[in-house]
Design a protein. Structure first.
Length: 80
């Protein structure tokens, strides 16, 4: 046996198109899937992380619900 599954792991879906051979090996896509499936921590939590803009723009994930007075698109525009 060469390798085994670590004690701490998470099974995730691959949302890449079937014709994208390397799509399921993208670390950015995997992080987006983890954030989408597991969340990024409750509001006020020290574990809260911002959802990456490219999860929506590049990989087609849903925009998160705004928790402040600006939209997701406006927040992303600040970092472009």
């Amino acid at each position: 046996r060469l390798d085994d599954v670590a004690r701490l792991y998470q099974k995730i879906e691959c949302t890449a198109p079937l014709n994208d051979v390397a799509g399921c090996h993208s670390s950015q896509r995997s992080l987006c899937e983890l954030l989408y499936q597991c969340g990024n921590g409750p509001i006020g939590s020290r574990f809260r992380r911002p959802v990456m803009c490219n999860c929506v723009t590049e990989f087609g994930y849903e925009e998160p619900t705004p928790t402040t007075g600006i939209s997701f698109a406006e927040a992303c525009a600040q970092y472009e």
